[in-house]
Write a protein that binds this ligand. Structure first.
Ligand code: F6P
Length: 543
């Protein structure tokens, strides 16, 4: 029996009725009514504690959300993903990033192939390579050990590696320098390499398709840079590739013996723990990378086996649906209170928005409800001194996730307690605000009172882990991956394709020759694009 459209599912209709009561309820009342709320609305898994008590929910909300999950067959679809079924319908592919972190000795048969054997074969080759680089056994063209690793990639072939490197820098080999080049803007490449010597530099060209224009352009400039300093024969020792496309890797001139593969069932934005994580493994070493995978796997197992009402990714995904579809929230903020996680929001933007930015269901029907919200964020406490004002007193409802840790990796005096106090204080201020009476009681002049009133009732999740380790990062990323899956399942969309990015790429390909042309090209675009191209050419031609 097929699942009815979202708005016709009984739980959705019940939630709509329930919302009309809940929109008027304030978190102040909900906490006043139940002294144990803060201890009840919480769950823990894989070392991550989630306090979701400061959400605009009651037991009834939760039970209706759970009913919606059941009516949307969330658990069945999750099991289909874990079994390797082709749930990415528009690309007719399995979705098996969870296999990338399954331990050695397990087996998973997909289309008659044991994918686990392949996964561990690549992991072993990555490990050999990482050991060679870290020990200095891999030498460059002139015989010097490699000291600099530059990952060239974009989207999922960049954001995961750079986020993981920054997040886990504390655990990295500080004798090695890591850089990440993604933007086709040549400034990115030039700045990343300006202080490096080619003879000590190795490029990891990371591209699932090995057809991405930005990456191939940067890789070609990298090859010129190496050849310019070391000569034609240096490429072999200074380039390795990570891709699913061996032919294109060979065509580019990288020996496929130096290629690390992965599979079409790994989406780009779900690939940081595949061979795309090669730079991460070199940076962390085998043990650290193993811990990262173990963290992912621990959260996968939790998602796979925990009952929905205790299941962190399901809870977070369903809460997102609650705000997006009933409160009309258009964005969700993620604020990590850890400087090492400064690229985490950027990473999440691709994960969440490339996955759930869809306007048709898996069957191709145009949806009549909102889907993926904008995810964004910035590390705390910096964001507090910038845009939190709008979250506290603006007119939009923006649910936010605050991520904190019990321990600092760089303890210095009382910094960490000061930092962490802000996690709790922000969640408190957002939830409870400040009433008019409270503002007046402080002796505030009448005219200023309205400006100082804080409505509160602004929802947060607080995520806490002991400290930022590879394991914790893996668990955190998997938590968001599966929350995205949960949301996509409720919305009935394909969270694993990304057709929307193609048109712009095609149009750019038509425009490139028009920008490069030595003679004035004949332009057949709309009048705005034509005028912009002419203007650009004129600017470019100025002496
Ligand atoms: O354009 C979007 C995208 O296809 C992403 O999904 C992907 O992560 C990125 O480009 C890079 O693709 P590739 O790894 O094939 O170079």
């Amino acid at each position: 029996m097929s699942i009815p459209p979202l708005c016709e599912r009984p739980a959705y209709e019940a939630l709509a009725r329930h919302y009309s009561k809940m929109e008027r309820r304030h978190l102040r009342e909900l906490f006043a009514e139940d002294a144990t709320r803060g201890e009840r609305f919480c769950a823990e898994a894989a070392g991550i504690y989630l306090d979701y008590s400061k959400n605009r929910i009651t037991e009834e909300t939760l039970s209706l959300l759970m009913q919606l999950a059941r009516e949307s067959e969330l658990e069945r679809r999750r099991d289909m993903m874990f079994a390797g079924e082709r749930i990415n319908v528009s690309e007719n592919r399995s979705v098996l990033h969870v296999a990338l972190r399954m331990p050695k000795g397990t087996s998973l048969m997909v289309d008659g192939i044991d994918v686990m054997a392949e996964v561990h074969e690549v992991l072993d080759r990555m490990a050999d390579f990482a050991i060679k680089i870290r020990s200095g056994a891999w030498t460059g063209h002139t015989g010097k050990p490699i000291r600099n690793i530059v990952n060239i990639g974009i989207g999922g072939s960049d954001l995961g590696p750079v986020m993981a490197y920054e997040a886990l820098r504390h655990y990295t080999d500080r004798n090695l320098t890591f850089r990440f080049v993604s933007n086709v803007d040549s400034t990115d490449f030039v700045e990343a390499t300006r202080d490096l010597a080619a003879e000590e530099t190795l490029f990891i060209v990371s591209s699932k398709t090995f057809g991405t224009l930005e990456t191939l352009t940067n890789a070609t400039s990298a090859r010129d840079w190496v050849i310019g300093q070391l000569g034609d024969y240096a490429v072999a020792k200074h380039f390795v590739a990570v891709s699913t496309n061996a032919d294109r890797v060979a065509e580019f001139g990288i020996d496929t013996a130096n290629m690390f593969g992965f599979w079409d069932w790994v989406g780009g934005r779900y690939s940081m723990d595949s061979a795309i994580g090669l730079s991460t493994m070199v940076a962390l070493g085998l043990e650290g990378f193993g811990d990262l995978l173990a963290g992912f796997h621990a959260m996968d197992e939790h998602f796979r086996t925990a009952p929905p009402e205790k299941n962190l990714p399901m809870l977070m995904g369903l809460l997102a649906v609650w705000y997006v579809n009933f409160f009309g929230a258009q964005s969700i903020g993620v604020m990590p209170y850890d400087q090492y996680l400064k690229r985490f929001p950027a990473y999440l933007q691709q994960l969440t928005m490339e996955s759930n930015g869809k306007h048709v269901t898996v069957d191709g029907a145009v949806v009549d409800y909102q889907t993926g919200p904008v995810y964004w964020g910035e590390p705390g406490t910096n964001g507090q001194h910038s845009f939190y004002q709008l979250i506290h007193q603006g007119t939009a409802l923006i649910p936010i996730d605050l991520i904190g840790f019990g321990k600092s990796l760089n303890p210095l005096r009382d910094h960490h307690d000061i930092l962490s106090s802000n996690v709790f204080a922000q969640a408190q201020a957002l939830a409870f605000g400040k009433t008019e009476q409270e503002v007046r009681a402080e002796g505030t002049p009448d005219a200023v009172v309205p400006h100082r009133v804080m409505q509160g009732n602004r929802p947060t999740n607080v995520l806490l882990a002991e400290k930022l380790t590879p394991h914790a990062l893996g668990a955190l990323v998997a938590l968001y991956e599966h929350s995205v899956f949960t949301q996509g399942t409720i919305w009935g969309i394909d969270s694993f394709d990304q057709w929307g990015v193609e048109l712009g790429k095609q149009l750019a390909l038509a425009i490139i020759p028009e920008l490069k042309s030595a003679t004035e090209p004949e332009l057949g675009h709309d009048s705005s694009t034509n005028a912009l191209i002419r203007h650009y050419r004129a600017l470019k031609a100025r002496p």
